[in-house]
Design a protein around this ligand. Structure first.
Ligand SMILES: [Zn+2]
Length: 499
């Protein structure tokens, strides 16, 4: 193909259907054309990976939209329609291929399967255009997604440090399709089980053996692409599950893809109990942290994690750390725009007493927001922006809005106007705090903190704080999920669980 025209688009959101945080079109900060390319070229993101391959083949590149939002509640109908219209419109005008950076766990107010519906609409206007789709490891796979895409790949890491590579893997297979080297066929399946996001990271067991097998099959050329998806538990949708997609070459595959698919998913199913998180009382966890030796000791507040849809303003872990008298702590960021305004109005070096965090109720968990009264000195005010230097989303710009540091004497608390998960040291270093020199580092995260913070930590203590990303799945009222679904139901035969 002389100079193929490629439509490259991004529409990414992991929807926590239990989250009270609204998801508007502004949450996505949509870009298009040259502005999108300028923002994302050379970054370790799916879009960046797709762009690399498009450049390598000398493609004419069109970007109708590049939009990504932090995880939060249902995507508003108007936002979903606007993004879909942009992508479908971009492809409808004619192209040789489409590269789509998606998530796989997007739920809109009116659509449970955000990605499947988008792909179905694209297929309706472009029945033959080859489509490469990249997905997050937390995706849920549906027939609409697999039926409408040509190639699907997913992240193989969590924290997601292979986002760029995932885009490249999908795009490279699609380039082979354009060159008529391969004729892809996809097989997929699922097992009716939930895996805790605290336990399913592919770098550790029980997932490691399974993901390693998928990686080996792809590396050896047994199949074109092999991906496994842990799923995202905080989503009340019918297709909630652990699933896998294998891309094979129709001309050479002799049942290899299906055999691999079954092996991967059977292994996951056999290990289902090991994928469950077993918690402990928060007070016991903080008390344990007090007994540990040298810092930095990470206190991981995983019940209120922005990258899973948390409000980022739940104060229970901070409160318990203060109650037990922890000293030399840096904590945050806490998202509280009203508090930031108060702090900035007070000015640097001023003493402030205010009700911090706890501004947002969580009705789906029957939890009311509970602010914490704190007093401290304002030591720093920033614009909340920095460029990521760690291994996850390297090169992207984080925007936390105006940000301030409140020092209580025992705890430096970073407070920001907007939400951002701490996966890079920049959340603290950009405001003059070196977390390597602190005894305790209290962060709101589940796994992504491992990208930037695990290398500096001497100890990691998981803290079962409150919030809409709690690991205690009994707290969530699922109405749409499939039944039976492990671990809610435990003894059931596998056969007959319909797609
Ligand atoms: Zn994810």
């Amino acid at each position: 193909m002389a100079r193929p025209k490629v439509v490259l688009a991004m529409m990414m959101h992991e929807t926590n259907t239990f989250s009270p945080v609204p998801t508007t079109i502004d949450s996505f900060r949509p870009l298009a054309g040259a502005a999108a390319i300028a923002e994302l070229e050379g970054t370790n993101t799916q879009f960046g990976g797709f762009l690399d391959v498009a450049r390598q083949i000398g493609a004419e590149i069109e970007v109708p939209i590049a939009a990504a939002a932090h995880p939060s509640g249902h995507v508003q109908k108007a936002a979903y329609e606007e993004m879909c219209d942009a992508i479908v419109g971009g492809i409808r005008t004619g192209c040789d291929a489409a590269f789509l950076a998606l998530h796989g766990a997007m739920v809109a107010e009116h659509v449970d399967d955000g990605e499947g519906e988008l792909l179905r609409r694209i297929r309706a206007v472009a029945p033959r255009v080859p489509i490469a789709v990249g997905l997050d490891f937390h995706a849920h796979i549906t027939p609409a997604m697999v039926d409408s895409a040509t190639v699907v790949t997913g992240y193989r890491t969590y924290p997601h440090i292979d986002m760029g590579e995932t885009g490249q893997r999908a795009a490279r297979t699609l380039v082979r399709v354009l060159n008529r080297e391969v004729e892809p066929v996809m097989v997929w399946d699922f097992r009716p089980m939930l895996t805790s996001t605290l336990e399913h990271t592919p770098s550790r067991q029980p997932m490691k053996d399974i993901m390693d097998m998928a990686i080996a099959a792809e590396a050896s050329g047994t199949v074109l692409n092999a991906s496994l998806f842990g799923g995202f538990p905080q989503a009340d949708i019918p297709h909630l599950a652990c699933s896998s997609v294998i891309v094979a070459d129709r001309r050479t595959d002799q049942g290899k893809a299906k055999a691999l698919l079954d092996r991967l998913l059977d292994m996951a199913w056999e290990r289902r109990e090991a994928f469950l998180y077993r918690g402990a009382p928060l007070a016991t966890q903080i008390a344990h942290a007090r007994t540990l030796g040298e810092g930095p000791i990470l206190l991981v507040d995983h019940g209120d994690n922005t990258a899973s849809g948390g409000t980022q303003d739940v104060m229970s872990v901070v409160e318990e750390a203060m109650r037990q008298g922890l000293e030399d702590v840096v904590a945050g960021p806490i998202c509280d725009p009203a508090a930031v305004a108060r702090i900035i109005a007070a000015g640097t070096a001023a003493g402030v007493t205010l009700d911090l965090g706890g501004k947002i109720d969580m009705p789906q968990l029957n939890l009311e927001g509970k602010p914490l009264a704190v007093s401290g000195k304002v030591t720093r005010v920033t614009d909340g922006e920095f460029v990521v230097t760690g291994p996850m989303a390297t090169g992207t710009r984080v925007r936390m809005g105006r940000t301030a540091v409140l020092d209580t004497g025992t705890m430096q608390i970073v407070v920001s106007e907007m939400r951002a998960e701490p996966f890079d040291l920049g959340v603290f270093t950009h405001c003059g705090i070196d977390p390597r020199r602190k005894r305790y580092v209290l962060i709101k995260s589940r796994q992504h903190f491992r990208a930037g913070f695990e290398p500096i930590a001497r100890h990691i203590v998981m803290c079962d704080g409150d919030g809409v990303t709690s690991s205690d799945l009994r707290l969530f009222d699922y109405r749409k999920r499939r039944r039976p679904l492990y671990p809610f139901e435990r003894d059931f035969p596998l056969g007959g669980t319909a797609r």
